[in-house]
Write a protein that binds this ligand. Structure first.
Ligand code: HEM
Ligand SMILES: *[C@@H]1O[C@H](CO)[C@@H](O)[C@H](O)[C@H]1NC(C)=O
Ligand SMILES: *[C@@H]1O[C@H](CO)[C@@H](O)[C@H](O)[C@H]1NC(C)=O
Ligand SMILES: *[C@@H]1O[C@H](CO)[C@@H](O)[C@H](O)[C@H]1NC(C)=O
Ligand SMILES: *[C@@H]1O[C@H](CO)[C@@H](O)[C@H](O)[C@H]1NC(C)=O
Length: 492
């Protein structure tokens, strides 16, 4: 073969490649993508993005990228080209346009472990149906009649086991509380019973897998979690069959006080769907709220003046109840916990239990001059907005009173104006937003408030060992938040 022949054979593919490359380049060029760095092939910048950092900061990765590229930048994360947003306006835009321009899109491993019918991965009509069931079940009416008494009961159960001058891991105690509550509310399981304890053990293995790399190899946490998933599902299935047998006897009296009964009676979901719904509610409702309670315990031990004001608020409530001859907390008492609500908001703002959400663009989107191509992943980083000094004055300061300024419109200082405009612009989004706003946000706040009520009335506490909240990016205390507690009694 002569050189010329060789050249002529190679010419067409070279021209074709050249042509394709140019078309690709011009397409990319006509798009105004946000600035950023795509990192290494395939892994992109994922390792840097997932590197653990202090939960009360935005982390080195975010800090460096924002200062280099601004609050909206492109990257390559979780195996896909991605737009990362620390911009309050874009975050809101993304969440409000769920189903129209963007769609929930968690990594496939999450679906593998939570199930294909899990609310976290469903989109469209199926998501809506599941959501309606969850919302019905977590409605305000149910909170008042069913959940408040149960929340208080489970709080007292955990707190009454704390002995004076003892030290233990507060995070484990918070987990015990929220797990018992969810197990009771979802399947009527009683705390301390053998089946509940066994389920809890499986669930811990399961959780470790949800938050670990999705490597389905022998011995990995992910593999073990998949095994736990089937054990848990078998357990729930047995409960379901028990229920259905009862239902056969007399449909009228079918117990619908828990989610399982309710879903069987009021929905026509398949067995498989109910199983995934139960599992995903257990997951969504247990982990997040226990971490929030641990964060509150952690922030409060460092803020004696906040504890002081909390104590005053809760003493007032107890005093009034004593005069009325009541013991159990009711809805009116809960509504009186105003400063407590500020503490809860501040805990969620500063601690950022859920740091970012997973979405993808389902159309070509234009936002403030930038293009977000169809199919790209989009990560609204809500934590970065919560710690942004242009939205929250002195963001690295645990200051529950900042939320009081927002409510009292009497004060006319500029900081209160800023705060007011901040709220109306939805910059505070600990529970996400739009059509996928957390279904359990009211329950989560109720749990935190009731727990704080009994905590400040009966105990003082401090760290028994240094520990801090880290973002992995799921928030966790590496040592489990060891605290030493002292019981005290107030003369009321
Ligand atoms: C402080 C505690 C909590 C935090 C910070 C939190 C946060 C969130 C966030 C950010 C989302 C949105 C996820 C997304 O858009 O991709 C969400 C969804 C959800 N949460 Fe929570 N959550 C908490 C407690 C709870 C509790 C106690 C429950 C009760 C079972 C619950 C049930 C749900 C459900 C069912 C969804 C899915 C909603 C949907 O897709 O329509 N959460 N949560
Ligand atoms: C808190 O203290 C009150 C009054 O001393 C007591 O009646 C109550 O049982 C205590 N609660 C817990 C959870 O220890
Ligand atoms: C239940 O069944 C009806 C008709 O049989 C159907 O229209 C509806 O979409 C179903 N609902 C759910 C939640 O599957
Ligand atoms: C706490 O934040 C929510 C928004 O999630 C807001 O509606 C509420 O008014 C805030 N509470 C207080 C006490 O500021
Ligand atoms: C909030 O929105 C208003 C318009 O609705 C705008 O003028 C203001 O600058 C926004 N504030 C912040 C903090 O984004």
């Amino acid at each position: 073969m002569s050189d010329l022949e060789f050249f002529l054979i190679l010419l067409p593919p070279i021209l074709a490649l050249f042509f394709i490359f140019n078309v690709f380049k011009t397409k990319q060029n006509t798009l105004n993508l946000p600035p950023g760095n795509m990192g290494w092939p395939f892994i992109g910048e994922t390792i840097g993005y997932l590197k653990p950092y202090s939960a009360t900061t935005i982390g080195e990765f975010m800090e460096q990228h924002i200062s280099r590229f601004g609050k909206i930048y492109k990257s390559h994360l979780f195996g896909e080209p991605t737009i990362v947003s620390a911009d309050a306006g874009l975050n809101k835009f993304i969440l409000q346009n769920e189903g129209r321009l963007f769609e929930c899109s968690y990594p496939r491993s999450i679906g593998g472990i939570l199930g294909k019918w899990s609310m976290l991965v469903l989109v469209g009509d199926m998501h809506r149906d599941m959501r309606i069931i969850s919302l019905n079940f977590l409605s305000n009416a149910r909170l008042k009649t069913h959940l408040l008494p149960e929340v208080e009961k489970q709080t007292l159960l955990v707190l009454s086991s704390w002995e004076d001058n003892s030290a233990f891991c507060a995070q484990d105690e918070a987990k015990k509380f929220t797990f018992n509550l969810m197990a009771k509310h979802i399947m009527s399981l009683d705390p301390g019973k053998q089946e509940t304890e066994e389920l809890k053990k499986e669930y811990i293995t399961f959780m470790k897998g949800v938050v670990s790399p999705p490597l389905n190899l022998p011995g990995t946490p992910y593999r073990k979690a998949l095994k736990s998933r089937s054990t848990i599902l078998k357990f729930i299935e047995e409960k379901m069959e028990e229920r259905m047998e009862k239902m056969g006897e007399k449909t009228e009296n079918l117990e619908d006080d828990d989610l399982l009964g309710w879903a069987l009676k009021h929905s026509n979901l398949s067995k498989e769907q109910i199983l995934d719904l139960v599992l995903s509610l257990l997951f969504a409702g247990h982990e997040t709220s226990s971490v929030s309670i641990a964060l509150a315990i952690y922030f409060l031990q460092d803020s004696p003046n906040v504890v002081q004001q909390l104590t005053e608020e809760h003493m007032e409530i107890v005093k009034a109840k004593k005069q009325a001859g009541e013991t159990e907390l009711n809805w009116d008492d809960y509504k009186k916990m105003e400063f407590t609500q500020c503490v809860i908001n501040e805990t969620l703002r500063f601690g950022n239990v859920v740091r970012f959400l997973h979405r993808k663009a389902i159309k070509d989107v234009h936002y403030k001059g930038y293009d977000i191509p169809n199919g790209w992943k989009v990560l609204p980083v809500v934590s970065a907005v919560h710690l942004d000094p242009s939205h929250f004055d002195q963001p690295y300061h645990f200051d529950p009173w900042r939320w009081q300024n927002i409510r009292g419109s009497s004060s006319s200082c500029s900081s209160s104006w800023l705060a007011t405009s901040t709220m109306s612009n939805n910059t505070f989004m600990p529970f996400g937003g739009g059509p996928r706003l957390c279904a359990g946000s009211e329950l989560a706040k109720l749990e935190m408030a009731v727990f704080i009520h009994h905590l400040v009335l009966n105990f003082s506490w401090k760290l028994a060992d240094t520990d801090q909240a880290l973002a992995f990016p799921f928030v966790d205390f590496p040592k489990g938040l060891p605290i030493r507690v002292h019981r005290h009694t107030f003369i009321i």
